[in-house]
Ligand binder design. Structure first.
Ligand code: ATP
Length: 231
C-alpha cells in the first residue's frame, strides 16, 4: 500500500466564507510523508484548512501540493458515509479503476475486516464502518491523506484500537497526513508535529520527536504543555 507522500507549501494563505475571513495569511511547510495534527478551539479554522487543501474552497495566496505531477488526495470524515446498498468490499472498491480493484480486499484485510467483505454498513459497528472508510481511503494509495476527526464519534476503547491500527497503516503508506482532532492524545500518539490553529493562524508549531509506538507515559509532558497553550 505504499505511496510517495507529497510536500505542502502554503504562503500567506487566506480563505473566507463571504465576508467572514477564516484563514489569515497562513504560512506552513510540510515535508513529504510528514504527519501533522491540527488542534485548537472550535472555529479556529482546522476544517477550513483541510477543505482548502482538498481544493473544495477558493483561497488566496500560495497553495502548493506536490511537485507538479497529479496528486492523489483522499479525505475521511468523522462519520464517513458508506453507500448503504453496497457491501464492505464494494464500498472500498468504489472509484478504483478495474485493474486496481484487487487492492480493495487487501485494504479490508489490513484494517482487520477479512471475512466481512459482504457485510452491509448497517450490519457493522461504528468502529467497523470507520475501518471500511479507512480501507477505502488507503486503497487509493493517496499521496495526501486528510482526516477530519475520523474517530470523533467512537467510544474510547474502539478509538484506542483505531489509533494503534492507523499508526501502523500510516507508517506503511508513507502518505503526507493531516489530522484534525480535538483529542490531544490522538494527536500526540499519531503525528510528528502538532499545529495549534487560532483565529486562522498557526499559534503554535510543536514537534513530537518521540519513537513509535508511543505510550501515554511518553507523550504526557507534551500533552501538559499543549494544554497550557490551548486556553
Ligand atoms: N460553509 C460555511 N459557511 C460559512 N461559514 C462557515 C462555513 N463553514 C465554516 N464556517 C465558519 O468558519 C469558522 C471556522 O470553521 P472551521 O470548521 O474551519 O473551524 P474548526 O477549527 O474546524 O472548528 P471545529 O473544531 O468546531 O470543527 C467558524 O466560525 C464557522 O462558523
Amino acid at each position: 500500500m505504499t505511496s510517495a507522500g507529497v510536500p505542502i507549501d502554503l504562503r500567506d494563505l487566506s480563505a473566507a466564507y463571504g465576508e467572514h475571513v477564516i484563514l489569515r495569511d497562513l504560512t506552513l511547510s510540510v515535508t513529504p510523508g510528514e504527519r501533522v495534527a491540527l488542534v485548537g478551539a472550535s472555529g479556529g479554522g482546522k476544517t477550513t484548512l483541510l477543505r482548502a487543501l482538498a481544493g473544495l474552497i477558493p483561497t488566496q495566496g500560495t497553495l502548493r501540493i506536490g511537485t507538479g505531477s497529479p496528486v492523489r488526495t483522499r479525505v475521511m470524515f468523522q462519520e464517513d458515509r458508506l453507500l448503504p446498498w453496497l457491501g464492505a468490499l464494494d464500498n472500498v472498491a468504489l472509484g478504483l479503476a478495474r485493474p486496481e480493484r484487487h487492492r480493495a480486499a487487501r485494504a479490508l484485510r489490513d484494517v482487520g475486516l477479512a471475512g466481512r467483505e459482504r457485510a452491509y454498513p448497517h450490519e457493522l459497528s461504528g468502529g467497523q464502518r470507520q475501518r471500511v472508510a479507512l480501507a477505502r481511503a488507503l486503497a487509493h494509495r493517496p499521496d495526501l491523506l486528510l482526516l477530519d476527526e475520523p474517530f470523533g464519534a467512537l467510544d474510547a476503547l474502539t478509538r484506542a484500537d483505531m489509533h494503534d491500527l492507523l499508526d501502523t497503516l500510516l507508517t506503511d503508506t508513507g502518505a503526507t497526513t493531516l489530522l484534525v482532532t480535538h483529542d490531544l492524545d490522538e494527536a500526540l500518539k499519531l503525528t510528528d508535529r502538532v499545529l495549534l490553529l487560532r483565529a486562522g493562524q498557526v499559534a503554535l508549531d510543536l514537534p513530537v520527536p518521540l519513537a513509535r509506538p508511543r505510550r501515554r507515559l511518553d507523550t504526557e509532558p507534551l500533552r501538559a504543555h499543549l494544554e497550557t497553550q490551548l486556553h
